[in-house]
Design a protein. Structure first.
Length: 284
């Protein structure tokens, strides 16, 4: 009986020792499976032991777009620009350009100017005076808005006050040309300037050679300009432009101005212009 008890005690001690060893081995094996452990050290511990400094980078995605920044309310628009760290000078340039563009569109669509009455031989003085008064009112309104938004010193960065080309551009206003997109208006101005430069160069060349301008060459120059305009304007837009600025329309205004008892209506002038313009195109 005593022998059996001794054997049981020895077996129990052996089992406990064996169990403890297995637990230690299992724990070591599980630790070895953890990521970032090399030789019993974590990534941070290994870096610290080797003297290497690890830098953590935080990447933030840009979560805004210009559409989100834009606002119909100018103070909100300015606040949005400041919120993303936009410099004050850049904010001022953006606001001035935007306000100037808005009032340029108002002048192009809200004013009745003498150029829009292309059927008249002489400008209507009442229209000229009313247009000048309306233009001054819009200018006062534009300046007051910029003072309210940017302060009294806004004019030092005003794009309007920058030097302008010596050659004035053509006026594109009214219910047809005034509603053209800005890029189309810019293209028309470029075509007009190039046309004037070609004409001036030809006239100077003929003058230097002691010759008179050739009617056929002048017609070719006008047709070149017209072909360029046809690529950017619809037929109705092109007719409006030609009624204002073409040589044919200028000739008819001059002739009608010499008649004492006849002042054409817009429809009458347009009908005469169309008939002669079609004939001129066939001849060209």
């Amino acid at each position: 009986m005593k022998l059996r008890l001794n054997r049981f005690m020895r077996w129990r001690a052996f089992a406990l020792i064996s169990l403890g060893v297995n637990v230690v081995l299992l724990a070591a094996w599980m630790v070895s499976l953890r990521p970032g452990r090399r030789g019993g050290l974590s990534t941070e511990e290994a870096a610290a032991a080797s003297g290497t400094v690890k830098t953590n980078f935080v990447v933030r995605r840009q979560i805004f777009s210009w559409r989100e920044l834009e606002s119909a309310d100018y103070p909100t628009y300015i606040a949005n620009l400041r919120q993303i760290g936009c410099p004050d000078q850049t904010i001022r340039d953006i606001i001035i350009a935007d306000v100037n563009s808005m009032y340029a569109q108002k002048r192009a669509t809200n004013l009745l100017t003498a150029e829009q009455q292309w059927w008249r031989s002489e400008p209507d003085t009442n229209v000229v005076v009313a247009a000048a008064e309306k233009s001054r009112a819009l200018e006062d309104e534009r300046r007051a808005l910029l003072v309210r938004l940017l302060g009294t010193n806004w004019e030092s960065g005003d794009i309007v006050s920058l030097p302008r080309p010596s050659r004035p551009g053509i006026i594109l206003d009214g219910p047809v040309l005034g509603l053209l997109p800005a890029d189309t208006k810019q293209r028309i101005q470029e075509i007009s300037v190039a046309s004037q430069e070609r004409l001036q160069a030809y006239l100077e060349e003929q003058r230097a050679a002691g010759k008179f301008p050739d009617a056929l060459e002048l017609a070719k120059l006008r047709q070149q300009t017209r072909s360029q305009l046809e690529r950017v304007l619809t037929p109705s837009q092109l007719e409006e432009f030609l009624l204002r600025y073409s040589q044919d329309a200028n000739n008819w205004r001059s002739q009608f101005g010499q008649l004492q008892y006849f002042n054409p209506t817009p429809d009458e002038f347009r009908a005469v212009f169309r008939s002669t313009d079609n004939l001129d195109q066939q001849i060209a």
